[in-house]
Ligand binder design. Structure first.
Ligand code: GCO
Length: 447
């Protein structure tokens, strides 16, 4: 048996990447609505204004998920669709949309996994200082409380924040993602601290609001160091959690959330960056995390020569995805092991998938055999990890081709193809393969 009998098989999406409906009803703007309208920010001027139009076509999409045998659906709430100004008044239309989506999922017997924040930060709150504003944790707590109040009867799996590594690293440090800021390390640390305070407040608020057991977890971006040789295991694990003076580390965020303290490896960098915080904050940040959600696509092999760590330059033989990420299935063996050994929490692969340069053939089909091969290779590695540590679920990224941030719609990750002209959905060969994987609880990957 590759995976446990209650292993969750799902697909993942995110609000800004698929919903469209950017100006529907009284929805508020978010930093990606504004960002994608700014020339030069997104590939060929693409935007999520219409996207996959999931806002209007969610019933069709849920029906297609049902047909594909999907058991769980990870999606995110567009904060400013629900609370247009980010705080205060709730939009009746936003409430209606997410309630109807959740009801459709229930009807289809598909378990909802709700991500509260997947980068589409309310523009009104950005104008008030965004994550730098010391009030920002309370803004998020209030929003999470609204989600718990409105949707807690229909959803009991919550992911607090998707990939702080990316929306802080790219959105607040390098300027490659919305809101395209280039802050100092100290200011990004202050933002990160407010994000952690926001998570800690939201976790407690959700449990206080939803009058039934809920599961709350993370969705961290983990680009790990992979051991080249068996004897490189400890070196690779240490390097995966070391301070590389950037915001790409997972433990920078999940040690505070789970242990109530920042990792010691980062203290010198924090001090040099002029970042300090009251120790009492750590009590607010420390949370009860029920599952360790992680998004892993690849990593870097490392080894040691003459006692020094060496990063292995990928040989030309290694296949690359359309994101130019190396196809390194071992990342789904070592990553879950490293994380479980540190946190001892069930590991949920909240994202894993592959972008391929592809289009419909002359018969109107997409025979994406390399995506099938990718899924087989990565899930075989994940199955090996499952023999050694507790793995609880896998969400393929993504259900449908969608808006890949600064790359626009040029990168195709989906199991389902979308025609952006007609909005027609077409399941790819991989969608029917994934259906068999789910039906056999993973055994299909070994054929
Ligand atoms: C991420 C985000 C997704 C991306 C996906 C492909 O992990 O970067 O969660 O929104 O679209 O990972 O890059």
């Amino acid at each position: 048996m590759a995976f446990s009998k209650d292993f969750r098989w799902g697909v993942a999406t995110a609000s800004y990447q698929i919903e469209g409906g950017a100006h529907e009803a009284d929805k508020g703007l978010n930093v990606w609505d504004v960002g994608s309208a700014t020339p030069g920010r997104v590939f060929e001027g693409h935007s999520g204004d219409v996207g996959c139009d999931h806002y209007h076509k969610f019933r069709e999409d849920v029906a297609l998920m049902k047909e594909l045998g999907i058991k769980a659906y990870r999606f995110s709430v567009n904060w400013a669709r629900l609370i247009p100004a980010g705080t205060g008044r709730i939009s009746e239309d936003g409430k209606r949309f997410y309630t109807e989506l959740l009801e459709a999922l229930k009807e289809a017997d598909i378990e909802p996994w709700m991500t509260l924040f997947h980068w589409d930060y309310p523009y009104e709150l950005y104008l008030r200082g965004g994550w730098l504003n010391p009030e920002s944790p309370k803004w998020f707590e209030a929003y999470a409380t609204v989600c718990a109040e409105l949707f807690g009867d229909l959803c009991d799996k919550f992911i607090l924040i998707n990939e702080p590594q990316v929306f802080l690293g790219e959105g607040h440090k390098t300027g490659g993602h919305a809101p395209f800021l280039k802050l100092s390390d100290g200011d990004v640390m202050r933002c990160a601290h407010n994000v952690l305070l926001a998570c800690g407040r939201a976790e407690k608020a959700i449990r206080a609001t939803v009058k039934r057991p809920v599961q709350i977890g993370t969705a961290q971006a983990f680009w790990l160091s992979i051991p080249e040789r068996a004897e490189d295991y400890e070196l690779a694990k240490k390097d995966s959690f070391d301070c590389h003076r950037n915001f790409g580390s997972v433990n920078y965020f999940t040690d505070p959330l789970i242990f109530g303290k920042y990792p010691d490896e980062f203290r010198a960098w924090q001090e040099e960056s002029g970042f300090s915080y009251p120790e009492s904050d750590m009590e607010i940040i420390k949370s009860q995390i029920d599952f360790y959600g992680v998004n892993t696509y690849s990593g870097d092999y490392v080894t040691q020569k003459e006692g020094k760590l060496v990063r292995v330059v990928p040989p030309m033989t290694v296949p690359k995805t359309d994101m130019r990420w190396n196809v390194y299935p071992d990342s789904l063996y070592y990553g879950p092991k490293f994380l479980y050994e540190r946190y001892h929490l069930p590991i949920v692969m909240t994202e894993n998938g592959v972008a391929i340069s592809e289009w419909k053939d002359l018969n109107g089909e997409i025979k994406d055999y390399s995506r099938i091969d990718f899924i087989k290779r990565y899930l075989r590695a994940f199955a090996r990890a499952a023999e050694e540590v507790e793995v609880a679920g896998y969400f393929y990224w993504s259900f449908i081709d969608n808006f890949e941030w600064a790359e626009g719609t040029s990168k195709k990750f989906g199991l389902v193809h979308i025609d952006y002209g007609t909005l027609e959905r077409t399941p790819k060969e991989s969608a029917w393969f994934y259906k068999k994987v789910i039906e056999t609880n993973g055994e299909e990957i070994f054929k």
